[in-house]
Design a protein around this ligand. Structure first.
Ligand code: ZN
Length: 368
């Protein structure tokens, strides 16, 4: 623990005990009367006034509990704070991945936050910070300030690419073959070790597993960044498939062997969604998850079951739409997301904003 933090915790504990002593002596428990009795006595502490207010507030809670307990049991012990624990609702800030806490006037202590914490609090308003000797807890308000989207992008993840279909009719693919290759390489390395020594195998798996994950993460970060940048520029929300226990990727035909499936485990799919979601939340873009049923088999125009065509294309027997399976899935996810968001005016608004691509996509449906 940082020395400034332990110093602050100890100062806080002493202030709290001062307030408790004053409250007991003056027989007050309300915040207002305790403030007027105790605040001046706290002037000997060289900390920012935020913490004095917090100490007074914490003391009123303790004094009230004590008063209640004393009514039931007149021999109850007088309260005294021994633990180092500080909760503050004022003065702190999260900036550049760090929590900054004021100590003295114009003097702050910085605590770096890990990626998981940053992703969790991303887009929320922080309410309070609690510090103990070995723990930092952040309380956040459950409200996200979201943009009203002008449309959506539907994201479909495949073995070697991410396909993105947008309300304006554009379809883009981001290649991920590097990610698949990274996984394959490390898998080969692993399989050379003896299987029966669990202890060694676990260590090796840990080491290579981490390397592999880092490499794949890096590639996924590139793709997720581009995708969220596009959504942000167009003021679009993001729709993705809800992950279920069984990986949907295998369903796309029998040509994927067992080894192929193993290569593409659920981890990297979930990781891509996680990255997109937190980057999107950071920008205030809504993220919707749609059920995966039928996204790769139903016509995105009329809903009919698609039939396979030459060159891995799919054809709708009812309306004649011919489409690449990855694009079809992205379009269906986009449609489901837009529908789920329940914005009837959305399509109209998008049409007003970007008429040309929409007409283009309408033409391609009729033409086929
Ligand atoms: Zn159709």
């Amino acid at each position: 623990m940082l020395p400034e933090i332990s110093w602050l915790l100890e100062q806080f504990r002493q202030m709290l005990n001062d307030c408790i002593r004053i409250g007991l002596a003056e027989n007050v428990t309300s915040l207002k009367s305790l403030s007027s009795k105790a605040y001046r006595q706290l002037s000997r502490y060289d900390v920012v006034s935020y913490y004095k207010l917090c100490a007074i507030s914490a003391a009123t809670g303790i004094l009230r509990n004590y008063r209640k307990a004393k009514r039931k049991n007149p021999y109850v012990k007088e309260p005294y704070a021994r633990r180092l624990r500080l909760t503050t609702c004022y003065g702190f800030k999260v900036r550049d991945g760090e929590l900054s806490l004021p100590i003295h006037a114009r003097e702050h202590v910085r605590i770096s936050l890990n990626q998981h914490v940053l992703a969790t609090i991303n887009g929320f308003t922080l309410r309070s910070v609690t510090l103990t000797e070995d723990r930092l807890s952040l309380a956040y308000a459950d409200e996200v300030q979201q943009l009203q989207p002008r449309g959506f992008i539907g994201i479909d993840r495949n073995l070697d690419n991410v396909t993105v279909a947008a309300t304006d009719g554009t379809v883009q693919q981001h290649t991920l073959s590097e990610a698949t290759r990274a996984k394959a390489t490390y898998r080969d390395v692993r399989s050379h070790f003896k299987r029966n020594d669990i202890r060694i195998r676990r260590d090796i798996n840990g080491k290579y597993g981490q390397k592999q994950q880092d490499k794949v993460k890096h590639i996924l970060h590139h793709a997720s960044k581009l995708i969220v940048e596009e959504a942000k520029a167009k003021h679009y929300g993001i729709a993705m498939e809800k992950l279920t226990g069984i990986r949907r990727l295998y369903r796309r035909g029998n040509w994927q062997g067992r080894w192929y499936r193993g290569r593409m485990n659920s981890w990297s799919y979930a990781e891509l969604q996680r990255q997109i979601e937190y980057k999107a939340r950071w920008e205030g873009l809504p993220v919707i998850y749609v059920p995966p049923h039928g996204t790769s088999s139903r016509c995105s125009i009329c809903g009919e079951r698609m039939k396979p065509e030459e060159n891995r294309m799919l054809r709708c027997p009812s309306c004649g739409y011919v489409v690449d399976p990855d694009e079809l899935a992205a379009r269906n996810i986009l449609a489901a997301g837009t529908l789920r968001f329940g914005v009837v005016g959305l399509a109209h608004e998008a049409m007003v904003a970007e008429p040309a691509p929409l007409q283009q996509s309408a033409k391609s449906m009729r033409g086929s």
